[in-house]
Every structure is written in structure tokens, then in C-alpha cells.
Design a protein around this ligand. Structure first.
Ligand SMILES: NC(=O)c1ccc[n+]([C@@H]2O[C@H](COP(=O)([O-])OP(=O)(O)OC[C@H]3O[C@@H](n4cnc5c(N)ncnc54)[C@H](O)[C@@H]3O)[C@@H](O)[C@H]2O)c1
Length: 331
């Protein structure tokens, strides 16, 4: 297949690009680099630096594309509260141009990076895809709005789409070459690893949640397992498989304190943990049911939390400043 990966200079998109190339597919990466890294793009891929909302660029690159993997987006919950317009523009308005041009050029297959944030705080654990869709923040609402836009295009018979709702992506490429480098990092594993190596304090956001140790429980999935699910989703659509939405998670929950302990074991450093206030709108527990992804994609998460932390630590140790381009990577 000739695949267009949007956001292919970001964390998940860059690692998925490598996996698609290794499987023999051709990849074009479309990324504005506003939050990504040129160095993260595999040299075997063609990089086009532009927004997913750039009509002229889309019209020049879409003809001949077999499928689009749409990973581009803004991902920070707190920022989405401060600047909702930015999130509706980046996660909905600009991608809607891409949908429009895809249908104009007859490109029928789309895989979309969605998020567990579309569920808000469901009552039932693990969370199935039939749980109510009730996001608690603008980030989740912007991703759900794009899911709805895809649904409408799909139900008009113009497109087949697989929506993948990720829980928490973690880890790095096993060779330590590609990893997580977000401006204003908010994810726990990179933050704890940074604190472990620098000897600085790490702040937990609340320890009075209704969970066994009082800290939030989340479902972590290795980014290589995520990439494998994308490959399977793209191949399923190419072979004429039906559209669907499915969760991508390990099906296991770990509390923030358990994650900190794992980071301490892997790094051999004691982390100075402080407890701060809760973050607004943080659900106590989020654990995926991954039965649908297993049944429909034949997918199985293969890497455990220790492997995620070990791979993230290898990446962090080799790249203490990430890709080293922080000043140009800010949007
Ligand atoms: N990281 C996670 O744990 C996680 C969890 C759930 C869902 N997701 C979803 O996965 C996707 C990828 O996440 P990530 O962690 O790799 O993020 P990232 O910030 O590392 O990568 C996103 C990439 O998209 C690019 N981009 C953003 N807006 C763009 C636009 N309008 N046009 C072109 N390029 C644009 C950025 O430059 C960046 O390279 C996002 O859509 C996110 O919502 C991520």
C-alpha cells in the first residue's frame, strides 16, 4: 500500500511509520512539524511539511494514496481547557479539510487515532466500545467530534474507517532511536524518568481517589503494540474489511504509584515523590476492554509495563533532551 501518515513526525506516528515501512508499505508523512520532529521521520519515508488543512498540498499528494492514517493532532488536556478554539481548529477544522479532499479524490480507507478521553468517566470497568461517549474535556470532545464527522462520511458510503481509541501510549522503539518528546510533557512515564535521572521531585496529581492506593489507575500500552494494531487496521481496510471503532489498551490497570515504583526498579534510582492537588477532570480509573481489537484485528498486546519503562528509559538515557529541537518544535 501507499499510505499517507499524518502526524508522522510525532511520537506514535513516527514509530508506526517505521513499522509500516518494515512491512513493505510505502509511506508519505504529512506533518506541519508544529509539535513534531523532522529527525523522527524515517528517511525511507517522504516528508511533506504542511498542515492537514492545506487544500493545495492535499490535492497534490492524495492521488494514488491507498489509505490515510490520521495521527496528527493536539493532545494536551490542560491546554485544551485554556484554549478550546485551538483544539477545535487542530483536531476538527483542519482534519475536516482532509476528509473533504479524501472523498473528492476517491480515497476510501482511513484509520483515525482517537482516544479513551471520548468516554469521560464511565461507570463500568473495563470500558467497552458501547460505553456512553461523554468526554470531560475539550480535547476529548474535539476527538469525538471528528469521530462523528467520519461516521457521517462513512454512512454516506464515501469511506471505510477504523477508529482506534488509545488508552495510554508508552515506551519507545526497542532500538532506542525513537521515543516520546512532547513539548510541555504531561505523561507520567517520561516525567518520572526525567525526575529519576535529574534527581528532581516528581509530583503526583492527588492521592485521594477511590482506588486501592488513592492514585489514578490507567491502562498503558506499548507504542510498538499500538503500531502493530495500526498495521492490522490498514490491512483489514485494504482487504475490504468493515469499518469499526475499537479500544487499544492492555486491559490491565496500574496506579500512578505502581508506575513510579516500576520506574524506580528499572532506573535503580529512588524518586522524590510529592503529592499535589488533583487535576481537574481526571477520572479515577480508566481500563480498556480490548476484546473487540483482539477479535476483529487478530491483535494481541505483547509487551508489559516493565518493557514499556525499560524501552522508555533506553530512549531517555540516549536522548536526555529528546530530539534536541525544543525551540523549533513548539506550536
Ligand atoms: N500519546 C498518547 O498517549 C495518546 C493517547 C490517546 C490518543 N492519542 C492520539 O494519538 C495521536 C498522536 O499522539 P502523539 O502522542 O504521537 O502526539 P505528538 O504530539 O507526538 O504528534 C502529533 C503530531 O501531529 C502534528 N500535527 C499536529 N497538528 C497538525 C496539523 N494540523 N497538521 C499537520 N500536522 C499536525 C505535530 O506536529 C506532531 O508531529 C494524537 O492524535 C492523539 O490525540 C495519543
Amino acid at each position: 500500500m501507499r499510505i499517507l501518515v499524518t502526524g508522522g513526525a510525532g511520537y506514535i506516528g513516527s514509530i508506526t511509520t517505521c513499522v509500516l515501512l518494515d512491512s513493505g508499505h510505502e509511506v508519505l508523512v504529512l506533518d506541519s512539524l508544529e509539535r513534531g520532529h523532522r529527525q523522527a521521520v524515517d528517511p525511507r519515508a517522504t516528508l511533506i511539511v504542511a498542515s492537514v488543512g492545506d487544500r493545495e498540498v492535499l490535492d497534490s499528494i492524495l492521488p494514488g494514496i491507498d489509505a490515510v492514517l490520521h495521527c496528527a493532532g493536539y493532545i494536551e488536556v490542560a491546554e485544551s481547557r485554556r484554549d478550546p478554539d485551538l483544539y477545535y481548529r487542530k483536531n476538527l477544522a483542519e482534519p475536516s479539510m482532509m476528509l473533504d479532499r479524501m472523498t473528492t479524490h476517491g480515497i476510501r480507507n482511513l484509520v483515525f487515532s482517537s482516544t479513551a478521553a471520548v468516554y469521560g468517566q464511565p461507570e463500568q470497568m473495563p470500558i467497552t466500545e458501547d460505553a456512553p461517549l461523554a468526554p470531560l474535556n475539550v480535547y476529548g470532545a474535539s476527538k469525538l467530534s471528528f469521530e462523528r464527522m467520519i461516521d457521517i462520511t462513512r454512512s454516506s458510503g464515501l469511506m471505510n474507517a477504523i477508529v482506534l481509541r488509545y488508552f495510554n501510549a508508552a515506551g519507545a522503539s526497542p532500538d532506542g532511536a525513537l521515543g516520546e518528546d512532547h513539548p510541555n510533557e504531561s505523561h507520567i512515564i517520561p516525567l518520572v524518568l526525567r525526575a529519576a535521572s535529574a534527581g528532581t521531585p516528581f509530583t503526583l496529581h492527588g492521592d485521594d481517589y477511590p482506588t486501592p492506593d488513592g492514585t489514578c489507575v490507567r491502562d498503558y500500552l506499548h507504542v510498538m503494540d499500538l503500531a502493530d494494531a495500526h498495521l492490522r487496521a490498514l490491512e483489514r481496510l485494504h482487504e475490504g474489511g468493515e469499518s469499526l471503532a475499537c479500544n487499544l489498551g492492555s486491559g490491565c490497570g496500574y496506579s500512578n504509584r505502581e508506575v513510579v515504583r516500576m520506574c524506580e526498579e528499572v532506573t535503580g534510582a529512588a524518586v522524590d515523590v510529592r503529592v499535589g492537588p488533583r487535576r481537574v477532570g481526571d477520572p479515577a480509573t480508566l481500563i480498556a476492554s480490548n476484546a473487540r481489537a483482539k477479535d476483529t484485528l487478530g491483535w494481541h498486546p505483547a509487551r508489559d509495563l516493565r518493557t514499556m519503562v525499560e524501552d522508555a528509559w533506553r530512549w531517555h538515557s540516549g536522548h536526555p533532551d529528546g530530539y534536541g529541537d525544543a525551540s523549533t518544535a513548539q506550536g
